[in-house]
Design a protein around this ligand. Sequence first.
Ligand code: ZN
Length: 404
Amino acid sequence: MIAAGRLMLPNGTDAVRLADAWLRIENDRIAEVGEGPPPVEPDLGGPTSYVLPGFVDAHCHLPQFDAIGADGMELLDWLAAVIFPAETRWQDATYARDMADRVASRLLTAGTTACACFATVHAEATQAAIETLAARGLRAHVGHVLMDRHAPRALTPPIAAQVESSRQLRPAGRAEVSVAPRFAISCTPELLAAAGELAAKTGRLVQTHLSENRAEVALARELFPGRSYTQVYDDFGLLSERAVLAHGVWLDDDERSLLAERGAIVAHCPTANAFLMSGDADVRTMRAAGVRVALGSDIAGGPIVSMPRVARHMLETSKRLHGRDGVIPPERLWRQITAGNADALGWPRTSRLEPGAEADLLIIEPDACERLARDRWPNELGYLLHAWQDRWIRRVVVAGRVQP
Ligand SMILES: [Zn+2]
């Protein structure tokens, strides 16, 4: 199968570029990429099309997709009033399976073909979500949430049961199991220690939250006296290059240094930080300190599924904090939501248009009015990012399969 048009190709290690080009898909992989006109009539795309790698969302919550838009609360109140009730519904694994299938459709509609997501504390529902995302072809890390305090009784089963059921979860297709202590304040030291052990034994990715909201940070200090929020995770072996920690809004210099030293990844979630009024995470300062950064929608803390739109918010936050120095070029923002996020999540062959990569890609057609303006664009990648509409997506290819 051949796809052709303006292809978004890798450009060095932190950017992309556009070129008139084509690629050949063989089974679930990209077998060949060539610049210039395609060797035969393409099966997908054409002269007015763009071919993009599928998007990667580095942080979202599957059971929260119906909870988007509950406004006016900060994190801890919002969790109690909106999110814990939504997650309690996943005690019914059939409900969870149906919902995971709906979420997969929603992600694919927005061009997201890979994600790191949280399920709930329910092992059966988590296993159902893993199988459902795999059946839909998505590449995923699915976190089995661990928590044993500061949450309703229905969401805090005994530690031993949580850890044992977590251990028994199995990957399926391209969906992997991850270890997901929700955040330090919802876990006792015993549970954090068990999570660290489980991650070390299984090599699974660790997903959690870090320093999102001031009240949360204050509670973490109270619960773990004398330790910074970041040190708490380090104390329990949860910081490594296989750890993705969402937010990092209120980090200090020592915490940034520790994250950098461990190679841990902060999943920046600018839309969630704005929606829940948590503050602005300073990615520029994190990067200057050597911290690896990924980008996530954090549905439903963030209300926006579309990753190009989340990338726009990343840029806006950066400019708000740093003015002109905060400008992030579009070629880097596009890379961030494709191969950049994939690299951070440990997927070096995902979301990039190059030979040997997994064939996850989008065929897009900007509407007529945008197409007419193309020869006047001073910055084609910038135009595509800032004018982006999900309805431009004409076809989604997941692991070489064209979606209906
Ligand atoms: Zn989150």
